[in-house]
Design a protein around this ligand. Structure first.
Ligand code: SOE
Length: 377
């Protein structure tokens, strides 16, 4: 008989859907010692929480997250609410001895992220910052290839995350749907929302960043606030570009924006090393581009690896070779790795500590943009 892992989901938005879907599917594809049980969902508007519970199969509904955190029946707290709630919920959950999975970015800023990290480490509870893109098979394969030394010494790391959904000045700020544009709820704009993904992968694949030099822009200076109904200044960064140095001597180049007309979620990275290069693109997520300089000269060139074979990361758990999987599967893989870590006792990343390191880079980027100077980490 499998052990039960009772989940208390805080939030019922987009991310709560991705995580709930993952917990429903994970046991069908991965052999795990625990069965996730969708126990309670918690959200501000009871009717909406009820509708979410009915759709996803949660047993119970709450409107006060404290009740879920204090409920002895709950093992794991899932934090899928705007960033300004992360720290208070996570710290209370750690004190109550709960395991925690928290959506990215871990917090509003590095100081909060540190307090959260200290809380989970002092309580000794399993914790995970949800940077799902680590577990797209092609991205995991890239990490494996780098660790195997196939690229040799790394010279360049570049990453972009390009969107276009806030170009219209009619998009409001604040509220349930557009809290990502409200500084009080989100902390920052594209830096915490999009660059955090790029930075997490970069730190994981290429090691620590030692200094940054950044530039941010706010293209639409005022937007209607959903809360006050009035036009208010926009405080969050609409776009951010930074370059950096890594501890391994390589150079980094990063860009995120919500003003790249035509791009919906174009997350890309490219790594150039002594023996080869790797490139990946979220719009074609099952492919990894690889250039191997050690290939025979006349046939040497970029190859496009279709990362769908049984011996590719995670793929042996799915269909048959050649059949692609997608975005939602990265959350299933994350759930599988996290649940497995409960059996092995070996933490999996991104831990809260990893999430805090990403947050430190985000803070340094925003500081640099403000001061117009290099900031050391
Ligand atoms: C923003 O539009 C967003 O939904 C991010 O918040 C997610 O983290 C990213 O994966 C997709 O874009």
């Amino acid at each position: 008989m499998k052990k039960r892992l009772n989940i208390g989901m805080i939030g019922y938005g987009f991310m709560a859907r991705t995580h709930s879907n993952a917990y429903r599917k994970v046991g069908n594809f991965f052999d795990l010692e625990y069965t996730p049980v969708l126990k309670t969902v918690c959200g501000l508007v009871e009717e909406e929480a009820r509708a979410f519970a009915a759709r996803w199969g949660y047993e119970k509904v709450e409107t006060d997250w404290r009740k879920v955190v204090e409920d002895p029946a709950i093992d794991l707290i899932e934090i899928c609410v705007p960033n300004n709630f992360h720290a208070q919920i996570a710290i209370a959950a750690a004190k109550a001895g709960k395991m925690i999975v928290c959506e990215k970015p871990l917090a509003l800023n590095a100081a909060e992220a540190l307090a959260m990290t200290e809380a989970v480490e002092a309580a000794g509870v399993p914790n995970l910052a949800s940077f799902n893109y680590r577990r797209i098979p092609a991205v995991t394969l890239a990490k494996q290839m780098i660790d195997e030394g196939r690229l040799g010494k790394i010279f360049h790391y570049r990453a972009n995350f390009l969107q276009d959904w806030t170009i219209s000045a009619d998009v409001p700020q604040g509220g349930m749907a557009t809290w990502r544009l409200d500084a009080k709820a989100a902390g920052s704009g594209v830096t915490g929302d999009l660059l955090a993904h790029c930075i997490d992968l970069a730190l994981w694949q290429n090691g620590p960043i030692t200094s940054v030099n950044a530039m941010t822009e706010i293209f639409v200076k005022e937007r209607k606030s959903v809360e006050s109904g009035k036009m208010e200044p926009v405080v969050i960064d609409d776009a951010c570009t930074f370059f950096c140095r890594f501890g391994n001597g390589s150079m980094g180049n990063f860009e995120a924006t919500r003003y790249a007309r035509g791009h919906k979620a174009l997350f890309t990275f490219e790594i150039n090393g002594e023996f080869g290069s790797l490139a990946w693109d979220l719009h074609d997520l099952q492919r990894l581009a690889y250039f191997n300089h050690n290939d025979e000269g006349i046939t040497r060139g970029w190859r496009s690896i279709h990362v769908t074979d049984g011996d590719h990361p995670y793929m042996g758990k799915w269909w048959v070779p050649g059949l692609a999987i997608g975005y939602e599967h990265s959350f299933v893989h994350q759930a599988a790795d996290f649940i497995e870590s409960l059996s092995t006792g070996k933490p999996v990343g991104a831990t809260f500590r990893d999430g805090m390191e990403t947050q430190r880079v985000c803070d340094a980027v925003l500081d640099s943009a403000k001061s117009g100077t290099w900031v050391n980490l």
